[in-house]
Structures are given as structure tokens and as C-alpha cells.
Design a protein around this ligand. Structure first.
Ligand SMILES: Cc1cc2nc3c(=O)[nH]c(=O)nc-3n(C[C@H](O)[C@H](O)[C@H](O)COP(=O)(O)OP(=O)(O)OC[C@H]3O[C@@H](n4cnc5c(N)ncnc54)[C@H](O)[C@@H]3O)c2cc1C
Length: 608
């Protein structure tokens, strides 16, 4: 608690806030140094939380409630000795929502770290209600950035000086070497981890089966633009120009990804398909077989295999009687390129998730007579409510640099985020009341995400039954897009008549879009990894400790890593994976914590 500065949170000046944080931090550093649980406990609110991203241990973890926070912080401190606490000067402490938010620099044994602290006024002064700590860098292995950037061309006489583009080609070819990390997938997750690894000087190769980086986005339906905005969608090290559209159209995003791979000197083999892999526990290396563009098979032996193949694998199409005799066009939403040719024609969109809504919207805009089939319930939030409630830190004129906004975004333990999400879902429902009432009046069935947690909860559960509406929901509410709810699409009769499970029929349907989702990616490639996959029950979603299951942290299988999710998540979380991989590569950390003693004293370390 702080005693010398006693002011109400909402009356604080910047100088007050800094003085209060400085005093709190002084007490905090002393309590951590002395290991005094009672001193430390005085500095926290009863219901305080702490979330740590690899600052005090090489893992993600959290604690809820003062006692847990104090015990856990002191326990982990013993091994890594947090010290050199100082207020971060880039973003000084400031009054915020009745409390004070501050960023704090510190170090642990081999790491440089940053904390986020939110102080509130308690009975006897300011105490911490939210603490978040994260690794920022390795002390002895900084990124090749800023003053440490690559020279590009050394001055003076360099006999047989090589050319940059030839060097890059050689580097990317891995002709006579293996990458330390093989990344599966050149989507934003694959590119992001490779960019971080590149900056840390860890040789990484990305493979992607598509001919061009970004093709996954190019192939998606033509009407698609990112729902998230440019302000929160920056990839590491490279900001979008200020002229960039607020919502990046999907082909533009595809080109941005492709350019990013080039500009960041990432090693990418396109038209290269992952075939299978095997992990050798003794050598702690993978043998991974890939098929290259010319059909040749290459065996790669990386120490780490980072799976960034997306959340979803192939499209799901229901088994509908009579579909093979259908005389119109029936396609999955995944490959539908747009409604331009369907003016005045009858179209059926099966599935009321993100894609189903947007394709129905697109078809309506092009004059089609559209019906959307909704089998179960969908979570709907308007674009305005979504950005107002969930994205205030990534606004057009943000108050925080992106990496500070990221740190605040991921400051709370998952259980607390769930509670907040539930509140936001309720607030969203109030803001969207008129729209939601009108949707229900049309028979549209609403859902609120798993346990009321909306989109975030649905995404974590691998579900895509949600929709951020930029107009599609209004079209349904107004009756411009027709709705069939609570029925299954069961049969096609006579080549063009659709029959539903309630016996109703729709004749002369010329276009059927199956917006019926995808198979899960992990389930799809798991068999190709043999025994190494057996320990991984799921990739993404929640683990037993409520942190991400096997994703961005060590997975249950040494040498196997996963990264997926929204662009913002990739930017934030992949850095932790990259730093941990670097720590493993230089011998700070073992590959397999269960064999730590053996490994870190053995010959494997000296070979690296
Ligand atoms: C309709 C839609 C709208 C979206 N809108 C947003 C949005 O507004 N904001 C946002 O942040 N995100 C959005 N997303 C993306 C979402 O965040 C996904 O989670 C994201 O696509 C996952 O990215 P990724 O990099 O993990 O995988 P992907 O982008 O799916 O990339 C995976 C890559 O792996 C490759 N691959 C797969 N299997 C193999 C194999 N066997 N061999 C070789 N290569 C392989 C694929 O070709 C692909 O290039 C949207 C997604 C969809 C479908």
C-alpha cells in the first residue's frame, strides 16, 4: 500500500500517478527481494490477479486472489530473482478508470521483462488489482534490430564478396543444411513466428502447399474483408501505411502477407506439401517429409516443428440426398467467388455463421433472391457494438502503442476474461437490442457463445457459429434475405427442388452455397505425425490450467509447437514461442523439461 500520496484516483495528475506507482514499486521490489509474503500481500487487493507470460518461468500461468498471487510470485521468484524494477518511461503512469495504470521494466535471471500494473485505491492507499508480467527479450541474445541490425554491406575490401540476393536464395534453399525450425503454413501465424525467429537469428523455413503466400485468403469468398481493423492488425516489425483501408479486403491482405514474407526475408517454400513426420527422442530431432513443387520428396531434420496450418482443414459438406443430380451450382463457401452472376436467380445459403451471412449479403447486393438456412443458433453482434466494446485499445487514434495495448489486452487470467466477455456480450445485446429483436421476430435463433462468452469463447471452442454484422443481419431482420430456421436441408428432388426436413420445398434453386464449416486442422494432420502426436489431445482451446492448450507455449510433445488464431493473437503470442525456442537453441532451456538435467549438462548443449 502507498501512504505518502493520498488522492482519489479520478483526480490524479500524471505526476501524482508516477509518484504513487514509484512508491508502490519500491515496496514491491523490497518485498520480492526479502521474500516477505506479508509485505507483498499488503500491496495487493483481495481479488487481485496475476498473469505471467514467460517472465518468471518458461510457460504461461496465472493466479487469482491475493494469497495465490503472493505465494506463486515468491515461489517462482526464487529461481529467477526478479530485480531492477523501474517505471517504464515510454508510457508513463496515468490515471485510468478511477485507478492508475503503469508499465514497469524489470529483469529476471536471463530475461528482460515488462510488467503491467493496475493500481486502485484501497482502504489504506493504492494497491494492485491487476498484475501482468511478460518476457520482452533474452538478455544475452537480443534481436537483430535497431542498432544491432544486419549491416547489409560491410565497408572495405571483402574478397569474393557475395551478392545479397544470391545469399538470400542460398539461405532459403536449405540445400546443405536443415532449418532449426520448420514452420507448417504461411498464413499470418506462420509468417509471424518466422519473423520473430529471424530477428533472433534462428534459421526457420516455412512450407505451404499453396503456390503463393496469401492464397488461402485469395481463395476465400470475394466479398470478404477483415472484420478486425487495421489499427489492431499490424504484423510484427512492419506497420501498415496510414493510407491503408480500415478493413483490409481479403485479396489485399493476401498481397500484404506475400509482401511481408519478402520484406522480412522469410524463407518460404511454396507449393510444398507436408506429408508426414517422426520425432526421435534420442536425437531430439524431427524427420519431416515434404513434397516440393516438382514432385520431389525432401526430408528435413529440424529440431522444432511449428504447426501453423490454421484452425480448419478441408470444408465440411453435408451428405444430401440427390446432390449428385443437382443441375445448378453447389459449392462450399470456401471456394465461392461471388454473387455477380446471380441477379434475379434463386440462391440458397446453408449455414448461418460468418461466411453464410456474408455470402447471403453479397448475393443480395447482386440482385439474387436469397434464402439463408439456419439450423441451430448463432451469436450476432453488430460491427459498431463489437468494435466499441471489444476493441477500444485499437482505435483509430489509439492512446497506446500497439505492444502496450497488446499487453493490456492479455493482462487478465482467462477465467476473468470470460467474466468480462459475458458482461460485454450483455452490453452488446443492449446496444443491438433493436436489431436482435427484429431478427428474432423473423424466427432467427440467437445464441450467446459458450456459457455466454460470445465470439471469443466460440473461437476458443473451435466454433464458427457467430457473426459480426456489417449489414447481413439487417437484411435478414428486414426480410430482404429470407430465412429458413430450425430445419435441415435434407434432399434435392428433380435436379433443382430443395426439400427441407419439415417437408417444405423450394423449387428452382439455381445456386447452393454450403457455409457449413470446416474439419478441425489438428484432427486432420494428427495421423501423419504418428507417435509424436499421441500426447497432444488438442491444439488451441483451453488446457486443464485454463491457459492455451499446447499452443504458443511448450506442447506436451517436446519439439512440437502450435500457433493459430486472429492476427492480433499471432503478433502477441508468437513472440513468446520464438523467445522460448531461442532459449532452447542456446541451451538456456532444455528441449524436454522432463530430461532437463541430462540435457543441459550433456553434449547436446555444446553441439548447438
Ligand atoms: C471468413 C473468415 C474471416 C476472417 N476474418 C478475420 C479477421 O477479421 N481478423 C483476423 O484476425 N482473422 C480473421 N480470420 C482468420 C482467423 O483468424 C483464422 O484463425 C486464421 O485463418 C488462422 O490463421 P493461420 O495463420 O493460423 O492459418 P491460415 O491462414 O489458415 O494458414 C494456414 C496455411 O497452412 C497451409 N497448409 C495447410 N495444410 C498444409 C499442408 N498439409 N502442407 C502445406 N501447407 C499447408 C495452408 O495452405 C495455409 O496457407 C478469418 C477467417 C475466415 C475463414
Amino acid at each position: 500500500m502507498t501512504e505518502t500520496v493520498q488522492v482519489r484516483g479520478n483526480e490524479l495528475t500524471g505526476a501524482d500517478a508516477s509518484a504513487i506507482v514509484a512508491e508502490w514499486l519500491g515496496h514491491f521490489a523490497a518485498a520480492v527481494q526479502s521474500g516477505s509474503a506479508s509485505d507483498l500481500a499488503e500491496l495487493f487487493l483481495d481479488g487481485a490477479t496475476w498473469r505471467d507470460f514467460m517472465a518468471l518461468q518458461w510457460d504461461f500461468s496465472h493466479a487469482i486472489g491475493r494469497d495465490q498471487v503472493v505465494v506463486r510470485f515468491l515461489e517462482l521468484s526464487k529461481a529467477v530473482n526478479p530485480r531492477s524494477f523501474a517505471i517504464n518511461t515510454e508510457l508513463p503512469p496515468a490515471a485510468a478508470d478511477g485507478g492508475i495504470r503503469a508499465f514497469v521494466d524489470f529483469t529476471t535471471r536471463d530475461r528482460i521483462d515488462r510488467g503491467y500494473v493496475y493500481l486502485v485505491q484501497g482502504a489504506e492507499g493504492f494497491v494492485c488489482s491487476i498484475l501482468q508480467t511478460q518476457v520482452v527479450a533474452l538478455q544475452d541474445y537480443p534481436e537483430k534490430a535497431g542498432d544491432l541490425r544486419v549491416v547489409g554491406k560491410a565497408y572495405g575490401v571483402v574478397p569474393n564478396r557475395t551478392r545479397w540476393s544470391a545469399d538470400r536464395r542460398k539461405e532459403a534453399s536449405f540445400e546443405d543444411s536443415d532449418p532449426a525450425v520448420l514452420v507448417l503454413g504461411a498464413g499470418h501465424n506462420g509468417l509471424t513466428i518466422a519473423a520473430y525467429l529471424g530477428a533472433l537469428d534462428v534459421p526457420a523455413l516455412i512450407i505451404d502447399r499453396e503456390p503463393r503466400v496469401g492464397d488461402t485468403w485469395r481463395k476465400r469468398y470475394a466479398a470478404l474483408a477483415l472484420h478486425s481493423t487495421v489499427h489492431g492488425d499490424h504484423l510484427p516489425y512492419l506497420r501498415y501505411p496510414p493510407t491503408w483501408p480500415a478493413h483490409t479486403p481479403k485479396d489485399k491482405f493476401a498481397d500484404w502477407l506475400e509482401s511481408y514474407a519478402t520484406l522480412m526475408d522469410l524463407n518460404v517454400w511454396t507449393s510444398t506439401e507436408f506429408l508426414n513426420g517422426h520425432y526421435d527422442d534420442d536425437t531430439q530431432r524431427w524427420t519431416i517429409r515434404v513434397r516440393r513443387a516438382d514432385g520431389s520428396i525432401r526430408e528435413l531434420r529440424p529440431r522444432h516443428f511449428f504447426v501453423a496450418g490454421g484452425l480448419f482443414a478441408g470444408p465440411k459438406i453435408p451428405d444430401v440426398k440427390g446432390l449428385s443430380d443437382y443441375t445448378g451450382l453447389a459449392v462450399h463457401s470456401d471456394s465461392f467467388q461471388g454473387g455477380d452472376d446471380y441477379a434475379g436467380r434463386k440462391a440458397l445459403v446453408v449455414g448461418a455463421g460468418v461466411s453464410g451471412h456474408e455470402i447471403a449479403h453479397d448475393l443480395y447486393e447482386h440482385g439474387a433472391d436469397v434464402t439463408l438456412v439456419q439450423r441451430s443458433a448463432t451469436y450476432v453482434v453488430s460491427y459498431e457494438a463489437y468494435h466499441k466494446l471489444w476493441n477500444p485499445l485499437f482505435a483509430a487514434n489509439p492512446d497506446f502503442p500497439v505492444d502496450f495495448a497488446d499487453q493490456m489486452t492479455y493482462a487478465l487470467p482467462p477465467e476473468r476474461s470470460d467474466e468480462i466477455n459475458k458482461e460485454l456480450v450483455k452490453l452488446g445485446a443492449e446496444l443491438d437490442k433493436d436489431l436482435l429483436d427484429r431478427l428474432q421476430a423473423r424466427g432467427f435463433k440467437l445464441d450467446w457463445g459458450p456459457d455466454g462468452t460470445g465470439i471469443i469463447g466460440a473461437h476458443m471452442a473451435g466454433k464458427d457459429s457467430y457473426h459480426i454484422s456489417i449489414g447481413a443481419a439487417e437484411l435478414i431482420a428486414d426480410g430482404n434475405v429470407h430465412l429458413k430456421h430450425g430445419v435441415e436441408f435434407s434432399e434435392i428432388k428433380g435436379g433443382k427442388t430443395v426439400v427441407f426436413s419439415d417437408g417444405s420445398e423450394m423449387p428452382d434453386v439455381e445456386l447452393i452455397i454450403f457455409a457449413t464449416g470446416y474439419h478441425q486442422f489438428w484432427g486432420h494432420i494428427k495421423p501423419a505425425l504418428g507417435a509424436a502426436a499421441a500426447r497432444i489431445d488438442k491444439a488451441y482451446g483451453r488446457a486443464a490450467d485454463k491457459e492455451y492448450a499446447n499452443t504458443w507455449r511448450r506442447s506436451a510433445q517436446p519439439g512440437l509447437w502450435f500457433g493459430t488464431g486472429f492476427i492480433r493473437m499471432a503478433r502477441y503470442y508468437a513472440k513468446f514461442s520464438a523467445l522460448l525456442i531461442k532459449a532452447i537453441e542456446v541451451g538456456i532451456e532444455p528441449v524436454d523439461p522432463e530430461k532437463a538435467d541430462e540435457e543441459l549438462t550433456g553434449s547436446e548443449l555444446t553441439r548447438r
